[in-house]
Design a protein around this ligand. Sequence first.
Ligand SMILES: *Cc1c(COP(=O)(O)O)cnc(C)c1O
Length: 358
Amino acid sequence: MLNFTVGPVMSSCDVLKIGGEQTPYFRNDEFSQIMLENEKLMKEFVYASEDSRVVFITGSGTAAMEATVMNVFDENDKVLIVNGGGFGQRFVDLCKLHNIPHDEIKLDFGQDITQEILDEYRNQGFTGFLVNICETSSCVYYNLDLISEFCNKNNIFLVVDAISSFLANPLNMVEDNIDVFITGSQKALACPPGISIIVLGDKALKRVENNECKCMYFDLKDMLNNGIRGQTPFTPAVTILLQINARLKEIKNKGGVEEEIKRISDLANDFRLRIKDLPLETHCKHLGNSVTDVHCINSQAETIVDALKKEYGIWVNPNGGEIGKKMFRVGHIGDLTIEDNDKLIEAFQDLEQRGILK
Ligand SMILES: *Cc1c(COP(=O)(O)O)cnc(C)c1O
């Protein structure tokens, strides 16, 4: 299997090996040390301030999104949400469910945020801002500089869901004025799904402290308290946390976060250059490095996705809804190489020769 979906993605041999071992007991110093190291490396990789904290939630990325909404906002807030696809809509749904006053910036599929759009929301009493910096459903990577400047100038608390772009596009919590950063285990962290991660800056920690969370499992105060000694309130996905530890150290040993971003960016650029000779197009004008939108000119996307999987053992990411008839996505995250790109391009060329890709 060769997997170009946007998650779960291909894992390295070291990570896979840990998955095949017995799960160790975790209420001990050994596991605590691993968790404290995970926290330290996560802070380093997102350039968080010294007093920032990290929590590891057993649950997929949405668990971290929901825990954030529940623990940093309340009914006295007014939150602005960028909604340009499935994941933006999820933040809207979460705010609705938890009675957080909110407004949304509705964007077209693949449309980027602009200064003009943001200007319309100035001086309207917003206290929070929620954005999925890579809206993985359309592949658009929103302009973080504009968002960060807007929030800074208007004194707005900024939450960035970077679940699919962490390790693929650069981000600096301090310089970009990010108060809460969210990611998950199964995207560029290239581990199995099951753990989501929240990094909280000092303003976020104060908000959590003063907030009353009406949920036992998603109570960040409880997680933060236990995290001081490297533990979690309840049994976590122990194996995935060990895999995350191996993966974070792997990144560190291979030159750090900048090197990993460059590796993924090289893969993305290589792929984008080489599909130019095929009857395929990318439409999104502001792509990040993690994923490319691929539009079929004269064939059905579903046919191509299916043929790749059944006849070549290659998985790309289908899209839901009407757009899925013409578009699929190719991810560049996970344990992929230029040689893997070769295989995918060769499969496309073969499909073209056989008259299936037109
Ligand atoms: C994958 C992803 C999520 C999380 O989805 P889960 O299925 O809950 O892991 C959230 N936001 C973005 C932008 C994503 O790409």
